[in-house]
Design a binder for this molecule. Sequence first.
Ligand code: FAD
Length: 523
Amino acid sequence: MYPVSFIFITILHKLSFPWSDADSIPDDDVSTISQSLDLQGTIESCGIMGLAGKDFGGIYTVKPLGLIKPSGTEDIARVIKAASRTSHLTVAARGNGHSINGQAMADGGLVIDMRSTEENHFKLLTIDGSPYIDVSGGALWEDVLKRCVSMFRLAPRSWTDYLSLTVGGTLSNAGVSGQTFRYGPQTSNVTELEVVTGKGEIIVCSETQNSELFFGALGGLGQFGIITRARVKLQPAPDMVRRIRIVYSEFEEFTRDSEFLVTREEGASFDYVEGFVLSNSDDPINGWPSVTLDPDHEFNPAHIPQTAGSVLYCLEVALHYSHSDHASTVDAAVNGLLERLGFIRRLKFQVNVSYLEFLLRVKQVEEHARANGIWDSPHPWLNIFVSKSSIVEFDRTVFRKMLKDGVGGPMLIYPLLRSKWDERTSVVLPEGEIFYIVALLRFVPQGPSVEKLVAQNHEIVKWCNKEGLDFKLYLPHYQSNEDWKRHFRNHWSRFVERKFSFDPMAILAPGQRIFKRTHVNLN
Ligand code: FAD
């Protein structure tokens, strides 16, 4: 045993350096590693343009040593143990590679394609009368949804907007969408995980069993282990959804109404609350046309008040209902809520869609973007949690001035409640009960503009720091150790202790650039 003070100083020296490419050793050879691994699955060498060397962000490319397609948890444990016997090899779990800044990459290291394990777990359980599903860490949420609904008429409660993301990938961050105000993020909706730690141990963990690993892995940016199975809470799946968009010219009214809706009891509000900012213009992507939900809808700008500024605000809400509900019942429930809100009365749009169609709505956006060639182009996205106390100032400067012409894609903004998040997880949040997620989902063609947009993201974050705004990056990405410390602030020592306990050689998730690989195992 080492004294805590020694451990701390040693960890900080050995692990807390900025990440560096210099660690990869060029003469590593996939066939040698392959022989030593004795995998059930496969390993292949990678080029810079291969799956494992790039991600959805399209900003970074690296050359990993090998891409492993494990057959299951044992394979993953073997890979990590083999890496731990070297002085330098790192291991990155790759969910669906939908990170923006290379978080699922391993330069010169081994990338584990979690999708190859997606079929390994799918089991319905009833615990104390409530339904749960055990799913693979590498499963896509869209498949979990489709299978749960078609087989059991059940569905998870908390989602992301887009579902071609893996269970392990979103649980390593948080997993946020329009249901989060009610059920918390996806990290609040799992009760058990199976994790392979950075020591190659396979551990089942929960709130009561190996709880430090359970809470560490949730929102842990892949730093403490690879999630191979998750137990997810389920609820009865609704049949249908009334999806509604209403428009505001005043930010104060938009925030007052969205906060009103997210703080009401279940049954006295909508089932989904999101929002976005749009440019007050006829721009087809950034302006008025982005609001309508159906080709038959017409956005008539004559209804916008003269007092409106450079941007408008759209609140998107949804109400679940069943096939047996009469249309008038749904209308009454919707109108009863809408009449309490202060939106521009003539700018209201609504459609009825099936529950699956609603949850898979971004898939249609993907198909459209693929057809236009902008799905595979770079995405310099920025996601921030901004506290209620800072959101007016953020709107005034960032939305109304810096981004008044839009970002070539959605600029999401909607409130979340801190009390629905578990403070024991690794996620860090701004202060105060109400905070907003702001997501700048930029779609840009390849070219020099990408650097400019990355620079604009930096400028926004710099401005938030300079003005002393209460905020945290979501899906964080930093270059320096000082930035990571500032991000975690008083939770930094807990994060480092967890790293020390579960991945003492800093083998895992090197693309997050938090800890430097070390060959000294202090345990
Ligand atoms: P990857 O990008 O492959 O991995 C992310 C990180 O997790 C990496 O560090 C990786 O090493 C680690 N990791 C991956 N799998 C595991 C595992 N099994 N165990 C441990 N660590 C693992 N997020 C939201 O919260 N809400 C949204 O509405 C939302 N919408 C999105 C829409 C689009 C179009 C895109 C591209 C992203 C969106 N995201 C959203 C962000 C998304 O949650 C992150 O990109 C997340 O990383 C999940 O993606 P992934 O499964 O591809 O994981």
